[in-house]
Design a protein around this ligand. Sequence first.
Ligand SMILES: *Cc1c(COP(=O)(O)O)cnc(C)c1O
Length: 472
Amino acid sequence: MRPEEFQEAVEQAATVLAAHLRDMQAGHGPVVSRKSPDQLRELMSLAGWITRGGMTPQTLGSFLETYLQEGTRLHHPGYMAHQCGVPSTGAAIADLVHGVTNNAMSLHEMGAAAVAAELEVVQWMLSKIGWSEPESGGVLVHGGSLANLTALHAARARAFPGAEEHGNPPSPVILAPPGAHVSVARAASIMGLGTHAVHPLPVDELGRVRPPIAAATMDTHRHAGSNILAVVVNSCAPATGLYDPLREIADHCRERDVWLHVDAAHGGSALLDPNLREHLDGIALADSVTWDAHKMLRTSTLAAGLLMRSRQDLDGLPGLKADYLFYGTRPGPDLMAHTIEGSKAELGLKVFLSLAWHGESGLARYVRDCHHNALFLWDLLADRDGFEVLTKPDFNIVCFRHRGSDADQVTIRDRLMDDGTFHLASSVIGGKRWLRATLISPNTDTATLTQMIHAVEQAGASSPPVRHDARP
Ligand SMILES: *Cc1c(COP(=O)(O)O)cnc(C)c1O
């Protein structure tokens, strides 16, 4: 493509995207498309484009219009479903830059500017935790799941020296609350420990770890001859949005020389708000922290910080011996030594641009506003007829139920999506199904939340859908 044509294509795309953004922000269009892949393949003539090619800036524009029409509108005020960042459009420019330059910067020589941006962003993230270089260190990776795997990989290198070469010792154990993210069990599986190596930490009725019992659990496992690889805690838990009590658990881990990994993929951004920060009190005592930028720091998917208290643990990540890559001198680090990924996207630029547009204070305001929306919703539901609320939200996730069965909650959610008005998520807590609102769109306000509750009441009141398995 000639540079002039590229510019024209970007201008077309920008025009279509800006119009889409305006619509989304105003709450126009369905918040989520419910068409099937087959319908959409047809509608967008995907096969035809693949066979014939020949897209132009103009046809790109009309193709994108259809494509965007049938997507999920995260900037819509009614978007409150999954923990997926509503990107700062200023930071979105990083995705375009990366798409053009493809500076796969895990080797310094593949993107000196991108490496500098990542190092600056990592230093900022470390400082929010209360750590600093050179004692501590970190790296950006493609998502929280990978950050958790990388952290546990590092934890294994410290807990079980030689495991990388010779395999795991007998009875390896990872202790985590039952509500830990699925990536923790997956990491255990990938590292050859098996998912049964993940043992549940005892929790209270809301799924939060109980520190004294966690300590006793560690001791019980040790006395039984198990080898504890790490303890994992939620900051905050994916299903409930509640934080585990960090400081006390960290103290128990320190006393026992057990690696503590804090999964703050979603809730790490609470560090920006002086009041919310309390939920993360003691985080600096952890050994490693996962903190996603594409949840609450307003970048696109994926960009996650993996941060470690001890730089040695980061440097000690098991073996990368590639003599076809590592030789000679370089003016900066090859970050590949710290990651499971080989090549890596320019993740630092995304986070940097989000910060550069909004400033730390702008992001802090966003985080606080999301929390205030959650408190408003909780307050609205607390003594409203026909509703039950799980608990006061720690951050920006509110779990609630409308009267009726578990199936009724699913029906309500489906109806709102069919209407295109609101996108809620749902989780099972304490054996019951809840509706779950993640207050993450900067365009959601208290009026939106009041409308959402009316819509839930309406959807819950209308006659139940015909059940295909119903028998007279
Ligand atoms: C979102 C989330 C993850 C997974 O992160 P991805 O970036 O989606 O891979 C892990 N842990 C917690 C607590 C999360 O909220």
